[in-house]
Design a binder for this molecule. Structure first.
Ligand code: HEM
Length: 434
């Protein structure tokens, strides 16, 4: 009766990876009364994501997100999304974000204050709560020019609560209406109200202060017809960025440090490169470009553990993909995790090997073999911000600390909305000699 629903819910990583290694371009699963398709082959993904994109909406994985975020770029489709993206894009170009690297470095220096104490005491700590805190601090500083003070810590907790609610709802078989006063829905409604009030206060302060951060630019953005965003749209975009940029980048950093702690040779090589290039100073975007191995490590980490591990699309009309009939209303899944772990596209896919991304080899990797930031017109708008942030943090931490795992037990990934570590990653840090 349920078809593959139990495995889809309980073990999608293995189910999708096996399907992506089967040689079929599109694999069909039956999940109770719905058909679910995994698009694997390059032509199938390009068809759904690019060539026939007007026939697809974002679908089921975004329905729950729409409850806290409303209609922001993250959740909208079609021509509205195209217009919104055009309006927002200037804030996410390389030119705009390069200037934010010193801001990102300041957030890493705030982390140093905590880690220096942890290094001195030798205490083990949970890496994931640290990386989430850092990622939220960066998003807060870059978006709003605000440090994580006590009120930002409260906002981080509220955003984490809302994300948890969305994750549970996305997994639920038959989600109950959000207005039903269950304890979880009541707690979520309270969190959503607090987040909205917080965002409204921030935006009001920006309107008065004339500062130069992304929220200010959002408030001032105008399209060719001179139209801007109204107060609710600005608020929903801010909440969308906070939710999209927090646990994703936090998870990317946690997985990368986890891999580096397990591969001492890579960690030492990075520390050496960082020592030479940074030479005691802070990184800037140009300096980060001078560290190719840093980029390779980030790319290989996001191959093995892509935080945005899968996304859905739903066809508005019947379609044919990779020779298979895909009826309107079905669920089409595209999974970076599955393709990036597939033996069809990778040799020894489970092995950590940053050399896969070295110059000369990187060029041979196809756009549908590796896509941690998605494909086509909805590709992540925050990609450069996340990459610059991850590289800044990794380069600065590499030259200051040696990371060790406090437990040899491997940490499995958990596929919620983001691919998060399924258990705390306990680590210790030691200061490297100056
Ligand atoms: C390592 C960090 C990140 C990863 C792995 C990631 C991953 C992704 C992926 C896979 C998509 C495409 C989803 C789809 O096609 O349905 C996406 C879209 C998006 N991301 Fe990210 N993301 C990251 C960081 C960020 C940051 C820092 C921001 C903003 C501050 C952001 C904002 C967005 C938005 C607004 C979209 C929707 C774009 C659209 O539909 O046009 N992301 N992200």
């Amino acid at each position: 009766v349920l078809g593959e629903l139990p495995r889809l819910r309980n073990d999608p990583l293995r189910l999708f990876t096996e399907a992506a290694s089967s040689g079929e371009d599109v694999v069909r699963f039956r999940a109770a009364y719905r058909s679910v398709f995994l698009a694997v082959g390059p032509d199938a993904i390009a068809h759904v994501g690019i060539h026939n994109r007007d026939n697809y909406v974002k679908g089921v994985s975004y329905e729950a997100l729409r409850v806290p975020i409303g209609d922001a770029l993250l959740t909208i489709d079609g021509s509205t999304a195209r217009e919104r993206r055009r309006l927002l894009m200037p804030m996410f170009t390389r030119r705009a974000l390069e200037t934010e690297v010193p801001t990102m470095a300041s957030a890493v220096e705030a982390l140093f204050e905590r880690w220096d104490e942890l290094a001195a005491s030798g205490a083990a700590f949970d890496l994931v709560s640290e990386t989430n805190r850092l990622a939220f601090d960066v998003v807060g500083r870059v978006l709003m020019g605000t440090e994580v003070g006590s009120d930002m810590a409260e906002l981080e907790a509220l955003i984490a609560d809302a994300s948890g609610w969305v994750a549970r709802r996305t997994r639920a078989l038959v989600p109950l209406p959000p207005a039903l006063p269950t304890p979880r829905n009541v707690a979520f409604a309270r969190a959503r109200r607090a987040i909205r009030e917080f965002a409204d206060r921030l935006i009001a302060a920006r309107r008065e202060a004339g500062r130069d951060d992304i929220v200010t630019r959002l408030v001032e953005a105008r399209d060719e017809g001179g139209r801007g965003l109204d107060d609710v749209q600005v608020r929903d975009e801010v909440i969308g960025f906070l939710m999209a940029g927090h646990q994703t980048t936090g998870a990317a950093l946690a997985w990368t440090w986890y891999l580096l702690a397990r591969h001492r040779d890579a960690q030492e090589r990075l520390a050496h490169a960082s020592d030479i290039v940074l030479d005691g100073g802070r990184p800037g975007a140009r300096k980060l470009d001078l560290m190719p191995y840093l980029g390779q490590v980030v790319e290989e980490s996001m191959r093995l553990y892509p935080p945005g591990w899968a996304f859905t699309r739903t066809p508005l009309a019947d379609d044919e993909v990779g020779g298979r009939a895909v009826p309107k209303g079905s669920i089409v899944i595209v999974s970076s995790y599955a393709n990036q772990h597939s033996t069809r596209f990778w040799d020894e896919p489970e092995r950590f090997d940053p050399e896969r991304f070295a110059a000369g080899r990187r060029e041979a990797i196809g756009p549908y073999d590796y896509f941690p930031f998605g494909v086509g017109p909805h590709v992540c708008i925050g990609k450069l911000m996340a990459e610059l942030e991850a590289k800044t943090a990794l380069a600065m931490v590499a030259r200051r600390y040696r990371l060790e795992l406090a437990s040899p037990v491997p940490v499995p990934p958990t596929p919620a909305i983001t691919l998060t570590p399924g258990a705390p990653i306990r680590v210790r840090v030691r200061r490297r000699s100056a």
